[in-house]
Design a binder for this molecule. Structure first.
Ligand code: JFZ
Length: 468
């Protein structure tokens, strides 16, 4: 409800411009109560969908544990994406095998060079926490087909083919459990190495594989690795699939694979980066390099937003896997804006790091992550546990909400007045989170306007909190 008209004689202070200024904090209680009865409700054509997400797929009923995990996921808001594999050795990103046309026979010479003696899982997990992140999603196997865990259905893995010989995922899983971070596995359905990934899809044509193979055997192999991932690493957050888009017309036997996962760990959340509306059996929907509904990336052209929890992922520079030639780092402000805008879109932000082949995370990433964490320590209340707020995302910023609080995140606004549409009901208090100062809300008679005094604008995010 927007308060449009107030009774004469109730202390209206008219400004010279004719606007009425309402400082809600200073209004006596009887006035606030009297305002309840003089209300005009304004239709809202442009508000976000309701905060509670409907979760029903046709052929799949998520378990209560799964529904609880979805809520946890939506509350978590921030996660760390990790692209790490033997490709890191070459320092040209995780697509190097395809992009440089490296045949399998040559690519198989890389694992013997992968020896990350400086890998310290405690350091990685602590860094994620310091960045304010609540979960980690790491590549168990990327498109190159190489597993960074101990697989028994293949010897193309870190234990069998590298001098390091240790199960990286086991080490990380133990540390995550210790430090209270959830662990998800990114698992590539696309495989440039396995002989039964046949017929080939759009990519991986220079691998030099024989022109034959049995597709269902490949799917059995993939399910075999997934069974390992859901059995040997304790309770996991979920599986982040990718690569479906390489063969969109293939029979991926998704029902069987998804059922396997949900049978083994009902709470595990399944998402698939197929850039389509969610398929039955999935528990969350992710977007790559775009906010939900955004179509700046070509592969998001056919994307539609479903009704599952949302996540969007992005890189700090332009690469997922370690790229020694990529120094186009985004600033901490840009990254925070992405996180805040994602929250306003009702989505999580999964921010990527591509560790070095040594096991270290490069200092440029560490600096940005720590800066983001410092901001989250101060202002996390306006992000964690929130859902998209009453005003749909705007160029100037976004809104989030939690309980009786509405947060306006003003990210890019130069003027001293900002309209506050879609605010219904009595405002019990209005203040700026950055300074703690009371905010002046002006009732124009046709809607509310926020007055932003000089010096109030915060270079990252000016946050107005309305308590309703
Ligand atoms: C995928 C991966 O290919 C990429 O390496 C990274 O892991 C990212 C998070 O996810 O990105 C894609 C997905 C689809 C296409 C291209 C890149 N596509 O459809 O062309």
């Amino acid at each position: 409800m927007i308060i449009q008209r107030r009774r004469a004689g109730c202390g209206d202070r008219f400004m010279s411009s004719g606007r009425r200024r309402v400082t809600f904090l200073t209004l006596p209680l009887f006035l606030l109560l009297s305002l309840r009865s003089q209300i005009a409700v304004q239709a809202q054509a442009d508000s976000n969908p309701p905060a509670s997400q409907s979760t029903v797929n046709t052929a799949y009923t998520p378990s209560p544990a799964n529904l609880a995990a979805r809520k946890w996921f939506q509350d978590a808001k921030s996660g760390m994406f990790i692209h790490w594999g033997v490709y890191s050795v070459l320092g040209e990103g995780e697509w190097v095998m395809n992009n440089k046309g490296i045949p399998i026979s040559e690519y198989e010479k890389i694992p013997p060079q992968f020896n990350p003696t400086e890998f310290n899982p405690a350091e990685w997990v602590a860094l994620a926490k310091a960045a304010g992140m609540k979960y980690i999603t790491i590549t168990s196997k990327h498109h190159d087909g190489f597993a960074i865990f101990d697989s028994k259905v293949s010897d193309y893995d870190v234990v069998d083919r590298t001098p390091y010989k240790k199960d990286i995922l086991k080490m990380l899983a133990e540390e995550c459990r210790k430090q209270g971070i959830k662990l998800f596995f990114y698992h590539s359905q696309l495989d440039w190495h396995h002989p039964d990934y046949f017929p080939l899809g759009r990519t991986g044509h220079s691998s030099g594989r024989p022109a034959q193979g049995e597709w269902t055997r490949y799917l059995d192999y993939m399910d075999g690795q997934l069974r390992e991932l859901l059995t040997n690493y304790g309770q996991i957050g979920g599986i982040w699939f990718d690569g479906w888009w390489d063969k969109p017309d293939a029979d991926w036997r998704l029902d069987k694979t998804y059922k396997l996962i949900h049978d083994l760990q009902p709470q595990a959340l399944i998402g698939n980066n197929h850039h389509r509306k969610p398929f039955p059996g999935e528990d969350f929907q992710m977007f790559e390099k775009d906010l939900p509904g955004g179509k700046t990336a070509e592969f998001n052209r056919d994307t539609e937003i479903g009704d599952l929890p949302l996540e969007t992922c992005e890189t700090i520079n332009k690469s997922w896997g370690y790229n020694k030639n990529d120094s186009s780092y985004k600033s901490d402000k840009e990254l925070l804006h992405y996180l805040i805008r994602a929250a306003g879109h009702n989505a999580n932000f999964l921010l990527n790091v591509g560790p070095l082949p040594t096991g270290k995370i490069q200092p440029e990433f560490v600096t940005q992550l720590r800066a983001m964490g410092q901001w989250m320590t101060k202002y996390g209340d306006s992000i964690y546990g929130t859902r998209g707020g009453p005003v749909a995302p705007r160029p100037w910023g976004v809104t989030t909400q939690k309980g009786n609080k509405i947060y306006f995140h003003i990210l890019d606004w130069q003027d001293s007045l900002l309209p506050l549409p879609n605010i219904h009901g009595i405002i019990r208090s209005a203040r700026f989170l950055n300074t703690g100062r009371k905010a002046d809300i002006i009732d124009t008679g046709q809607g509310l306007v926020l007055s932003i005094p000089a010096g109030t604008i915060d270079p990252v995010d000016t946050i107005l909190v309305l308590e309703m």
